[in-house]
Design a protein around this ligand. Structure first.
Ligand SMILES: *Cc1c(COP(=O)(O)O)cnc(C)c1O
Length: 420
């Protein structure tokens, strides 16, 4: 585990000198501010041609979220199509296995329709697309989960759908490529750049520029230009709000610590928002440590990055000495991204959330433990959160921990069969 010297980070940003006041601004809704910023992070670094689309999206989203008819429709679809609320499960065997008096709880987002949290955001934005009056939806995908969720939402709501996916990911996530096609989506392999998620987002943004008002770009994580980080978080916050109620009901108390994996950061920010205001709840984001931070290739953005601009926002970013976006690597396609959502950079800088890198090998052993202990096959991404929690309870006796099990592992079968 690494600890973050937050005072030195905050010192780099004059506006973050009072972390308590900054958190207050976030919780009161003053952030994101009018420029789409969380302190110094975020913003809207887009070409002129996209300005109309992103400002329209912000306006329509704010109207929709204040409209009871929209909320009713969203709630109806969440309940009957997605399967919400997802269960909160006490992991008794995992708790006993880890020992040290810990009690482990798993938020079962893997049981949401299409097998991960991605559907929460895909559904919300697809409903918004109806209000926007667009004719088609495009999306990017990494592990394929967002592509599948978007394709499913488009099938249900009647939109033509095209999904950009890195050629490398097309290869390592075949089952999801098939599922997207069965839901009627066109899957476009992207061979430029690193041929993973980052290039897929580049490509989707490029195509959006061609038809900004007739197409909705259904971005899959809490990244990108404002309003996306806020919008995606809003739709994913259902994870945290449900979890908070379920912990109080089932455990009779709030957790001591909450763990989520962080790729772009959507499942994590949705979970974290349920607990950011509870000073007694420690919050941890598990990043992809890959083969090691410092030594090998990784995708641990907070641990190895520094602030820069990627995909329309200012946030932590893994870059080389010349400021070029650097190559990343993780065993999980969903975490293999050099950037991170701006709200996470803010929470890192004010020290409210601690971000810890988790090695590929530790995530793999966590997959095994959850399988053997609980009869649940987790995706590789949340297995990073499981491994981070496992390490933390060894040093902190008698703790109640909540882990966001944000996806199921069926999509990872080919990789797991090679590595386990
Ligand atoms: C996409 C995905 C992730 C990474 O995305 P976030 O936006 O960081 O949540 C993590 N876990 C699963 C299961 C995913 O499908």
């Amino acid at each position: 585990m690494t600890t973050t010297n937050t005072s030195s980070i905050s010192a780099g940003f004059a506006e973050l000198s009072d972390p308590g006041a900054e958190l207050g601004k976030l919780l009161s809704g003053a952030y994101p501010d009018a420029r789409g910023r969380f302190g110094p992070f975020g913003g809207r670094f887009v070409p002129e041609t996209l300005w109309g689309a992103v400002t329209r999206l912000e306006k329509v989203a704010k109207e929709a979220l204040a409209d009871p008819a929209f909320i009713d429709e969203l709630t109806y679809q969440q309940r009957h199509w997605v399967g919400r609320p997802t269960p909160m499960m006490h992991a008794a065997n995992l708790s006993a296995r880890w020992g040290n008096g810990c009690q482990v709880w798993l938020k079962r987002e893997d049981l949401a329709h299409t097998g991960a949290h991605k559907i929460n955001n895909a559904l919300g934005q697809a409903l918004l697309a109806k209000r926007l009056g667009v004719q088609r939806i495009i999306a990017e995908t990494g592990a394929g989960q967002h592509g599948v969720a978007t394709a499913a939402a488009c099938a249900r709501l009647g939109f033509p759908c095209r999904v950009y996916m890195g050629a490398k990911d097309v290869e390592r996530q075949q089952p999801n490529v098939q599922r997207m096609k069965w839901f009627g989506a066109e899957v476009v392999p992207v061979t430029s750049g690193d041929a993973t998620l980052r290039s897929a987002i580049d490509e989707a943004l490029r195509h959006w520029v061609g038809d900004p008002l007739g197409t909705h770009y259904l971005l899959g994580s809490a990244v990108g230009p404002h309003p996306f980080p806020w919008l995606v978080r809003t739709f994913q916050s259902v994870i945290g709000s449900e979890s908070r109620v379920q912990m109080l009901e089932q455990a009779g108390r709030l957790p001591d610590a909450v763990f989520s994996c962080v790729g772009g950061g959507s499942n994590a920010i949705g979970m974290f928002h349920g607990f950011l205001g509870d000073a007694g709840v420690q919050i941890f984001g598990a990043e992809a440590g890959g083969q090691g931070v410092g030594a090998g290739l990784n995708a641990a953005t907070m641990a190895s990055g520094r602030p820069g601009v990627l995909h329309g926002c200012y946030s932590y970013l893994i870059q080389d000495g010349a400021g070029q976006v650097a190559r990343t690597q993780s065993i999980s396609a969903g975490l293999d991204y050099p950037g991170v959502g701006p709200e996470h950079s803010f929470l890192h800088a004010i020290g409210r959330v601690r971000y810890v890198p988790v090695l590929d090998a530790d995530a793999l052993s966590a997959v095994r433990e959850v399988c053997l202990g609980e009869g649940v096959l987790p995706a590789l991404e949340p297995s990073h959160a499981v491994a981070a929690a496992r390490a933390w309870v060894q040093e902190n006796p008698g703790k109640v921990v909540l882990i966001n099990l944000c996806g199921r592992g069926d999509k990872d079968m080919p990789i797991l069969m090679k590595n386990l």
